[in-house]
Design a protein around this ligand. Structure first.
Ligand code: NAD
Length: 309
């Protein structure tokens, strides 16, 4: 099917019942569980056998290969770390480009480069396959409670086709523009998150040095104009110096690098993003890449000589 013929495709198709799901990590395992709970038939694949086993125990079937997963599904969802991972499951003899799903719909919910998303969108459209970039916000808690915010870029008819599937995983589901627009919004989301965490770290470092009760401080600030999702959800673990992931520092660095690549391409200076990226790099240099992104507090602790890690 050519790029032109994609336009009328969605109307001709049946509902999506069988979903292939690739990437069953921190986020994907919960998203897959919610698709099963919503009654979808799930065929799964992950490089980690224990991740596949966990999904099989929850009621999914393990695919023999990516090719089999593609051909036995109506649509395929990807929830992988980065652009090369998404490219690797699409390209190649065993990949989804050569073995597309029946409804010719691939939904990439990973956070990857908008440039790569656009390239894949064009390449797949040329082969008569829809590609939606549909990254998410809300973290593992949002993934578990099926309350993710989903920002989708790509063909609007593909979005309509995907919507019942997306509704099993999220609550705020918006078509935000053409191919790559979902990833662009997600990168804007990530720079706000990183800079917001940085601002909270600074306030906590100052409050701690001043001897104020940080729990009281957080509660009061949550009632005023400094309130934020980060202060609400991650503030308690930042105060308790709980570094458990969540959203790993390594993934935040991956996202901030994508933000900066886009900013370079478009000649948009992002000074605050550059600074917070440097601070996350400092965390990685100290062996903290697997910590949750709230653990930027360790960088501030080191600078203020408050705690040695
Ligand atoms: P993760 O590392 O926990 O999970 C990724 C999974 O993909 C792993 O199970 C891994 O084995 C598998 N995998 C990697 N390469 C593969 C390949 N080539 N083929 C098959 N399986 C492969 O990551 P995550 O935290 O679940 O995040 C997934 C994506 O969602 C990332 O792009 C991340 O930036 C984004 N995201 C994460 C969060 C979060 O809070 N963790 C929130 C929003 C968005």
């Amino acid at each position: 099917m050519s790029r032109q013929r994609l336009a009328g495709h969605a109307k001709e198709t049946l509902m999506i019942k069988k979903i292939g799901f690739i990437g069953l990590g921190t986020m994907g395992q919960h998203m897959a569980a919610n698709l099963l709970a919503a009654g979808f038939d799930l065929l799964v694949h992950d490089l980690a056998p224990e991740a596949v086993q966990r999904a099989v125990d929850a009621g999914a079937r393990a695919a023999d290969s990516i090719a089999q997963l593609g051909e036995a599904s109506d649509a395929v969802i990807l929830m992988l770390p980065n652009s090369p991972d998404v490219q690797s499951v699409i390209h190649g003899a065993d990949g989804l480009l050569a073995h597309p799903p029946a409804q010719r719909l691939i939904i990439d919910m990973s956070t990857i480069s908008p440039v790569v998303a656009r390239q894949l969108g064009g390449e797949l459209a040329d082969r008569g396959v829809y590609f939606l970039d549909a990254p998410v916000s809300g973290g593992p808690v949002g993934a578990q409670s099926a309350s993710l915010t989903i920002m989708a870029g790509g063909d609007v008819q593909a979005f309509d086709l995907a919507k019942p599937v997306l509704q099993a995983m999220g609550t705020t589901i918006t078509h935000v523009g053409q191919s790559g627009a979902g990833q662009t919004l997600k990168l804007c989301n990530q720079l706000i998150c990183g800079i917001n965490i940085q601002a909270i770290c600074e306030a906590l470092a100052l409050g701690r040095a001043s001897g104020v009760d940080l729990d009281v401080m957080r509660e009061v600030l949550m009632g005023g104009s400094a309130a934020s999702w980060m202060l609400d959800k991650l503030g308690p673990s930042m105060i308790q110096r709980d570094a458990k992931a969540g959203f790993r520092i390594d993934l935040m660095l991956k996202d901030l690098k994508l933000v900066q690549e886009l900013a370079f391409d478009l000649s948009v200076p992002l000074p605050a993003t550059s600074l917070v990226a440097t601070q996350y790099l400092d965390a990685r240099v100290h062996g903290e890449g697997s910590n949750g992104n709230q653990a930027l507090f360790a960088v501030y602790d080191r600078m203020a000589n408050q705690v040695r890690y």
